[in-house]
Design a protein around this ligand. Sequence first.
Ligand code: TC6
Length: 677
Amino acid sequence: MTGPITTERHGDILVIISNNPPVNALGSAVRTGLAAGIAEGLADDGVKAMVLRCEGRTFFAGADITEFGKPMTGPGLGEVIDAMEASTKPVVAAIHGTALGGGCETALGCHYRIAVPSAKIGTPEVKLGLLPGAGGTQRIPRIAGVPLALEMTAKGDPISARKALDAGLIDRLAGEDSLVEDAIAFARDIADVRPLPIASEKTATADPDAVAAFKKENGKRFRGFDAPAANIACVEKAADGSSFEEGIAFERQEFMKLMMGTQSAAQRHLFFAERQAAKIDGIAPDIALREIRKVGVIGAGTMGGGISMNFLSAGIPVTIVETQQEALDRGTGVMRKNYEGSAARGRIKPEQVEAAMGALTPTLDLSALADCDLIIEAIYENMDVKKELFAKLDTIAKPGAILASNTSYLNIDEMAAVTSRPGDVIGMHFFSPANVMKLLEVVRGAKTSDDVLATVMALGKKIKKVAVVSGVCPGFIGNRMLSPRQQEANKLLMEGATPEQIDRVHVEFGMPMGPFQMSDLAGVDIGWHRDPTRIESIRDALAAEGRWGQKKQAGFYDYDEKRNPTPSPRVAEIIEDFRSKSNLQKREISDQEIIEKTLYTMVNEGAKILDEKMAQRASDIDVVWIYGYGWPVYRGGPMFWADTEGLPKIVAALEKHGFTVAELLKSKAESGGKFNK
Ligand code: TC6
């Protein structure tokens, strides 16, 4: 046999081997080869049983996502799986790495499954806006029961081999280093056992109350997404007395609906966008990286503490510096509490708390950073203070150390200019809480060396962030786009919209919160000039009255002790007051106008960012907004969403409202182009 599938005889066992790097995706050639492999085993009287295994780092990690949306060639995966299940000779799946999606479904079409203890099994299709459409929604509940099937399909998180063993999804564990031998031995053990265990012949039952409870428990997580409900409906179908064939027909119909919709297109876009973001244009992927064995963090506040935790959790020791003992103790105390909280919730093992905290060296002495390979400053946002610090670091840091700023909008080049090594200076903009938020904006200064950039991007992956390269401009990618949104939201207040209406439109769109809810959470006083007599905006007026947001139980909303918001009559008065002073007439503002003014303007700013080459590609902007600001995943990020809205419609609305439209946006709209192909 040629192609990615080959076979090997081990006495009376035929081993079918897939070799389709990097992840053995089940593309057309693999499916064709698998069908041929099974046929070969059946045709050969000398073969008593078959083993299906994969070469390389993993068992089949799923259908080949790059084939989605294109005409199908070769047999469908469902057909291949049915042929395996129908084989009159037993087929054993030998699993290592990850058996995901179509890979998991292929394994369930085999009569038996053996896995190494480190293997993971799952159906993550829901994360691509899909469902396991090759029989997975029908076979998992029949083998493992409805509750686990709901968890696996509607949430999409993989389970360990041990959990799969307990649930019956795996029949036997192999030795970590002896999978092939153990699988062949297993195949010999069961070669003559009849009848063959066939998943589709089993039955499943569901407890309607448990299904209802599952939906309720996960209501928040599933909000706005189409795929979880479709997964749940399919699993319910498997347990409502319908035949397997009826279940498969229903599954197919639901799968096709999802596949044709924009949500799945958006989620598949994000899958590739996230991986694309790691690639740096113009830098060879094999460039030599600097070694980062020890990290220094300056500032033990919320940001500095959170940043440090990322490295400690990845096993990289951190020296953290503060100016006052009290602030240092407070900061490290918060870090310990966060780790202990994670241990209490079972997210990490108790010994990991001590391991992480044991690798932390708190100090008041800046010169203790002399042996660090990377130093990140997370002090307050003041250019003069930062410049002074960078000049000092230049004298302290060892040659080759990377000097980074966590600034969220200041100019990295100015900081680099006060050092004798601007090539070693870079921005690492973490998002709060820095130990939780996945986004890392990596700011490439005019003189940042290629290897420094590549090192920091690779380090981002190591600390489990999604790192995106940004150029130097005020606010970089994310905060720069936030700015027109906030500005327009403020103007809309003056013209007659309420904070509640604007926030509601954003939440209905799928954002975790609207602009005013976000102000209240972050603090209305952030960036305030602190002069209560100088009142030039609604925000100034709120800040002057001490309405600093949730922390004061008053901001754009009033809050009770549990921080539940209610619309504030006082804020309405303040807005009214401003409106009359500005001689503005209150008018009805539609939800659509709010979308056009706050979200289309973000797209416009994104286009300017691309035009100025501050982002490498439109999909990077999408990644920033999804991982840094909670843009709804099912809308694929602002630039992907713009494509689905239609660029001519966006341009027309922006022009109608008198905005200057970015050249790139205009030209794409005119030529029928899109931001994302
Ligand atoms: C499904 O199965 C539906 C079934 C119904 C059928 C009717 N296809 O993530 P990495 C590429 S839906 C094509 O960096 P890791 C990836 O783009 C699928 N390509 O590696 C990257 O390419 P690049 C359900 C794929 O070691 C390269 O492989 N399955 C696929 O960090 C390396 O990937 C999933 O959703 C694919 N399925 O993680 C699983 N998968 O180098 C998706 C990966 O050109 N995959 N690539 O950038 C994963 O979760 C992870 O890739 C991993 C490995 C955990 C398998």
